[in-house]
Design a protein. Structure first.
Length: 660
């Protein structure tokens, strides 16, 4: 464990500090406006620190620091040291792939356009990044009709120079033929500049100039030239239409969207130049250090702008939350750009809508990332083996059940049970429970009821004989090889009490997963199990916990929605959902139905007379008492039986499912 330096030796000014392990390797780099104040936070009882911070302090042997003049220099020094040492306890950004760029080789005599990946090189202008290489090729194929620059390799260019004949692209008007002198060098370089300006978003001047040249050629009776310019002008307009306009034409914005959990985050960045989305990039973040939401934004911006970004520094950066020190980061970016840069959290309007779109992309990418990990058979097998070893299970948990509760201030209390079999969700085995015996807000009692009902059903069904297919009948005939509850020690104690009461403590292993620090608890141990961060075992537990939470919340919202949307027209014999909707629509709402006269209801040719009388009687009981015959209820019931039979059966089946 690192020893605390004498307080008087730590400077009070800004700077960067580095924790080193016993071998002298840098394991963590941080920055501070006051080194003395920040470092003093690390030298306290490790039990009071975040789990990841405590682990870092226990691993470190020494701490060093470098004092600088101001906070911006501290930020720049921190980023440089992180890039140099890649400390294990600093957050890591993992790019799933090398994103492709549309590049223009301005360092060549006759520049060419091509798709490039990997490290950037001087003398080349980059546009993008794009999500897929085919998106660049589609864009480039469209632009070559307007800006016919060469796309061939240098070897092919030299070959056609030697033989004096252009390639096929020249004949289909997707290259201007610089290899055989079909275009002057000055004119060719002008086309290259126009292509770069177009990709930068400066489209208005290009459109105006092409239109002007086209009209001038037609006026001079150069109709072939005018036709070529017309085709270029049309292709430019078509390319502009394909670009998404999301802001004012003068706006340069980077929009950062984040979707995260305790261990990882997915980041999506949309690059907006001249009001148009010209590129996007995404990456996954390993959250190996304790960071606030603002601290995560800090790290992302350091990674994005520390190296020279391909599209430069924009005037404005939209983020989900403010950085921990917005003023310092704005000053840093302004220094890099050479003019003022704003960092904003959009609150309303078009920018808010754009940021929500980027965030939605981040959430979708996060889901895809997790599904990719979950779908791999080797990964699942490794996760199950890790769980067996870490939790000391008698066998690999091929069937894992997880339970969660959902309610709103004690109303519409529900529980969920989700199942992973061989590491994959088995949705046919999912179950949901309406809480029947708990009054008010008591998650422990609700969890006890759900587990008792599920495990009691298992005891009743486990001894039944198997059927012809080799399966045991019943919804709960198979026990979990790991029963997981969402929560900490309290929820685990409830599960432990239930299995002991039912005599299953030696048959069903238990564990709980606390959301705050993703800590895993097992019976008989007060401290959490040390499950490696970022490992496949913790990922699998986290995934089934999140699925149980989603399933419970979905059922809760469904029940709450049904309760809140109950209508005065419900439970009227002969009036099903279709008739209710049509009646409300034709009369102008439920209140109009209540006020409608019996003649008005009977005038509806599609509504049976007996049903019209029943509807009228519901809201005018005193008036309808004399008019309705004694046999009315029987007539209505017989007439409506066929209409509502399916709904009644559906409701009854749903009720049986929930009760079980």
């Amino acid at each position: 464990m690192v020893k605390r330096p004498p307080s008087g030796t730590i400077p009070e000014g800004p700077g960067s500090y580095q924790f080193k392990d016993a071998e002298g390797r840098v394991i963590y780099v941080g920055k501070a406006s006051s080194l003395r104040q920040r470092l003093s936070n690390y030298f306290q009882d490790p039990r009071n620190l975040h789990a990841r911070t405590a682990q870092m302090v226990l691993t470190a042997e020494t701490v060093e620091w470098i004092e600088v003049r101001n906070e911006v220099e501290a930020l720049m020094l921190e980023w440089t040291l992180i890039k140099q040492h890649r400390p294990r306890f600093n957050i890591r950004l993992r790019d799933d792939k090398s994103y492709p760029f549309l590049a223009v080789t301005l360092d060549e005599e006759f520049p060419r356009a091509l798709v490039m990946r990997g490290r950037k090189r001087k003398g080349v202008r980059y546009f993008g990044p794009y999500a897929h290489a085919y998106a660049i090729r589609d864009t480039l194929d469209l632009l070559l009709r307007s800006f016919p620059v060469r796309t061939c390799s240098n070897g092919k260019f030299a070959e056609h120079q030697r033989i004096g004949r252009p390639c096929l692209l020249f004949h289909i008007e997707k290259c201007s033929g610089p290899c055989v002198g079909e275009i002057a060098k000055v004119e060719y370089l002008q086309q290259v500049d126009e292509l770069c300006d177009f990709l930068d978003g400066d489209t208005d001047e290009i459109v105006k100039r092409l239109e002007s040249d086209m009209r001038a050629a037609a006026k001079d009776l150069e109709f072939e030239k005018a036709a070529r310019l017309r085709d270029r002008w049309t292709a430019v307009l078509r390319a502009i239409e394909k670009q998404q306009m999301v802001g004012e034409r003068s706006e340069d914005i980077d929009v950062i969207g984040i979707a995260e959990d305790e261990l990882e985050a997915a980041v999506q960045v949309f690059y907006v130049r001249k009001g148009r989305v010209v590129g996007r990039k995404g990456f996954i973040v390993d959250k190996v250090e304790d960071l606030s939401a603002g601290g995560l934004v800090d790290r992302i911006m350091e990674e994005m702008y520390g190296d020279e970004p391909p599209l430069g520094i924009p005037k404005q950066v939209l983020v989900p939350v403010d950085p921990e020190d917005s003023a310092t980061y704005e000053e840093w970016l302004s220094h890099l750009r050479g003019s003022r840069v704003q960092i904003r959290v959009p609150q309303r309007g078009d920018k808010r809508d754009l940021h929500e779109t980027v965030t939605r992309n981040a959430k979708e990418e996060f889901t895809r990332h997790r599904l990719r990990r979950a779908a791999d058979h080797n990964t699942r097998s490794r996760a199950l083996t890790e769980l067996q070893d870490l939790l000391h299970l008698p066998e690999a948990p091929l069937r894992i059940e997880c339970y969660d509760m959902a309610h709103m201030q004690g109303t519409d209390y529900v529980g969920s049970m989700v199942v992973l079999e061989d590491g994959l969700p088995n949705k046919r085995e999912y179950r949901r429970f309406k809480i029947k015996t708990v009054a008010g807000n008591d998650d422990y009692a609700a969890m006890e009821e759900v587990l008792t009902r599920r495990l009691t059903a298992y005891i009743q069904e486990r001894d039944q004989p198997v059927n012809e297919r080799g399966d045991r009948p019943g919804k709960f005939a198979y026990p979990p090889q790991l029963l997981l509850v969402d929560g900490g020690k309290g929820q685990l104690a409830v599960a432990e009490r239930v299995v002991k009461a039912l005599g299953l403590e030696d048959e069903i292993p238990l564990a709980s997963l606390a959301k705050r620090f993703e800590e895993v608890y097992v019976p008989g141990r007060s401290e959490p199990i040390n499950v490696p961060r970022g490992g496949e075992a913790l990922f699998m537990l986290q995934r089934i916990r999140d699925e149980a939470h989603r399933f419970a919340n979905t059922f809760h919202r469904e029940l709450r929605g049904k309760r809140m949307t109950k209508s005065s027209l419900d439970d009227i014999a002969g009036l099903g959902e279709t008739r209710k909707a049509r009646l409300s629509k034709e009369l102008g709402g439920v209140n109009a139905v209540k006020r409608a006269s019996l003649d008005t209801l009977k005038s509806l040719t599609w509504l049976p007379e007996a049903v019209a009388e029943t509807v009228y009687a519901r809201f005018h009981q005193g008036e309808a008492a004399d008019a309705a015959p004694e046999s009315l209820a029987e007539d209505v019931a017989s007439e409506s039986l066929a209409v509502d039979l399916d709904d009644d059966l559906s409701d009854e089946l749903s009720k049986d499912l929930d009760e079980n």
